[in-house]
Write a protein that binds this ligand. Structure first.
Ligand code: ADP
Ligand code: MG
Length: 243
């Protein structure tokens, strides 16, 4: 079942930068798709267009079965520093006028699902980078999205935190039967997480390769995993063609 369809989507900015040209792909419900490409190729722009935070200036973004509720996880955790983790997670429910008590209960469940039950009343400054990102994921999930968009969420984390969050994200994807679009510039991360990798060209971004992967779970450094990495890396446009 097609959830989302992008057809020849284009985006220019007022400063003359052409971020996207002819960006086309279809997404089925339940996929875990990585959008992989070099810095500046238009990945964040594509995600913001899909979320409806920016309008395209050419092409079509279609939702054949209606636009689902969307959760967005930004590259920085973007938490409110003046209040605790629970209140940060409750924010989308407050904006929907969900009563405080029900909101607190749902926020507590969301925090438990990312392993932060003991930190509900901690302030962002008391949390590590990985924990802040967990709060950010809980905040994106609390309103029960069907489509989760993540923009390089783990790029700033140390390797062990990143690996742990990769596994937690896969668990949440399966538990909630979510559809995920995951922006990354890491071949290894896209190989580990995805059921499909969309490789983008340098700017103006469009799809250079569409790689369907065998279903996981994967074992890092296994022969199968290294072969998947090799396939993805081989599809990346070379740095020379970007120049
Ligand atoms: P990526 O996420 O792949 O690194 P972006 O989508 O952020 O790339 O940006 C694509 C291009 O568009 C870049 O050259 C960037 O500088 C430019 N760009 C992004 N947002 C804006 C904006 N609001 N105004 C002008 N240029 C922008
Ligand atoms: Mg970006």
């Amino acid at each position: 079942m097609s959830l989302l369809s992008l057809a020849t989507v284009a985006k220019h900015f007022a400063n003359g930068v052409e971020a996207l040209r002819d960006l086309s792909f279809d997404l089925a419900a339940g996929e875990f798709v990585s959008l992989l490409g070099p810095s500046g190729c238009g990945k964040s722009t594509a995600l913001r267009l899909i979320a409806g935070l920016l309008p395209p200036d050419g092409g079509m973004i279609g939702w054949p079965h209606g636009k689902p509720p969307i959760g967005f996880v930004f590259q920085d955790a973007t938490l409110m520093p003046w209040t605790d983790a629970l209140t940060n997670v409750r924010l989308p429910l407050d904006l929907q006028h969900v009563p405080r008590k029900a909101g607190n209960e749902r926020a507590a469940v969301a925090l438990a699902r990312v392993g932060l039950s003991d930190f509900a009343h901690a302030y962002p400054r008391e949390l590590s980078g990985g924990m802040k990102m967990r709060v950010s994921i809980a905040r994106a999930l609390v309103a029960r999205p069907r489509l989760l968009l993540l923009d390089e969420p783990f790029a700033a984390l140390d390797e062990p935190s990143r690996a742990a969050l990769n596994d937690d994200l896969l668990r949440l994807w399966r538990e909630d039967d979510l559809t995920v679009i995951f922006v990354t510039h890491s071949v290894s991360e896209s190989a580990y997480l995805s059921s499909r990798v969309l490789v983008m060209t340098p700017r103006p971004g469009r799809i250079a390769a569409d790689i369907a992967l065998p279903s996981g779970p994967r074992t890092r450094l296994s022969a199968e995993f290294l072969e998947i990495e090799r396939r993805i890396a081989a599809a990346l446009p070379s740095a020379d063609s970007a120049a």
